[in-house]
Design a protein around this ligand. Structure first.
Ligand SMILES: Nc1ncnc2c1ncn2[C@@H]1O[C@H](COP(=O)(O)OP(=O)(O)OP(=O)(O)O)[C@@H](O)[C@H]1O
Length: 241
């Protein structure tokens, strides 16, 4: 699904062009190029510490770029706040899930109504997609399994009706079967038109549903292409079992 002239003309919904970023004096992104086409899934792969999370945080307006351009639908949005990125429809589920452990499932969904969504609608969608959440509606999120928490995080994110979903290490701490189930849901969302950027160390989990993959090493995207092509370029270690 890559490489045709028609696809090359599509304006990416979210784009990093030569983006640099760091922590204090230490630069960790050294000119990152990434382009998320509308209605597609881009898998950002690579080993620990390569800069995937930092790139995701730049995309969400949570971390400043010190160079290059962050673009949304072709428009430069460097310096955008997380709130303004959310208003543009960029929603992120950070590494570690981003649910409130001391709130119940229902209260967690309620906390996502700040954007104007109705709790009843959020519940209907969440429990429709993940019936187990309906059964756990009065349970504290922190006492649920990792997979259930991830389902809740995803339901919260979808409640805001995002255009772009940023998922950082969805597979972390989850059993392989649950990871497959979660990525099946993500694939359905992409079918429905959502654009998704996934940072994932466990490449095998996401490659089957990705439209495009990018390999990040030491703060640089060293290859971008069709999933099979990128899989071929990756050392066995990086594929994560
Ligand atoms: N808050 C921080 N302060 C200082 N350095 C940081 C901070 N967060 C990340 N780093 C450093 O930036 C580099 C890139 O980290 P980043 O988390 O973006 O990589 P990653 O590819 O997502 O890896 P992981 O999957 O382990 O999160 C690493 O060397 C890391 O130690």
């Amino acid at each position: 699904m890559t490489g045709t002239a028609a696809e090359a003309e599509v304006v990416p919904l979210l784009e990093l062009a030569g983006v640099r970023a760091g922590y204090g004096a230490i630069e960790v992104l050294h000119g990152v190029d990434l382009a998320l086409r509308p209605g597609s899934l881009l898998a950002l792969l690579g080993p620990n510490g390569g800069g995937k999370s930092t790139a995701m945080r730049v995309c969400a307006g949570l971390h400043p770029a010190t160079g290059g351009e962050l673009r949304f639908a072709g428009r430069k949005v460097n310096g955008i706040s997380a709130q303004d990125a959310a208003k543009l429809g960029v929603c992120s589920i950070p590494e570690g899930r981003g649910v409130f452990p001391n709130l119940t499932v229902r209260e967690n969904l309620w906390a996502a109504t700040g954007t104007g969504a109705r709790l009843a609608d959020l519940e209907e969608k969440a429990y429709g997609r993940f019936p187990i959440l309906g059964k756990r509606r009065d349970q504290l999120a922190g006492s649920m399994s990792g997979g259930e928490q991830q389902m809740l995080a995803l339901s919260r994110a979808l409640g805001t009706d995002p255009a772009v979903l940023l998922l950082d290490e969805l597979s972390m701490g989850l059993a392989p079967m649950i990871v497959t189930r979660m990525y099946d849901t993500v694939a359905e969302l992409v079918e429905e038109g959502l654009s998704v950027l996934v940072a994932e160390q466990f490449a095998r989990a996401v490659l089957p549903i990705a439209d495009t993959a990018a390999l990040m090493l030491n703060g640089r995207v060293v290859a971008t292409g069709a999933p099979a092509e990128i899989e071929g370029r990756m050392a066995g270690d990086y594929l994560g079992g």
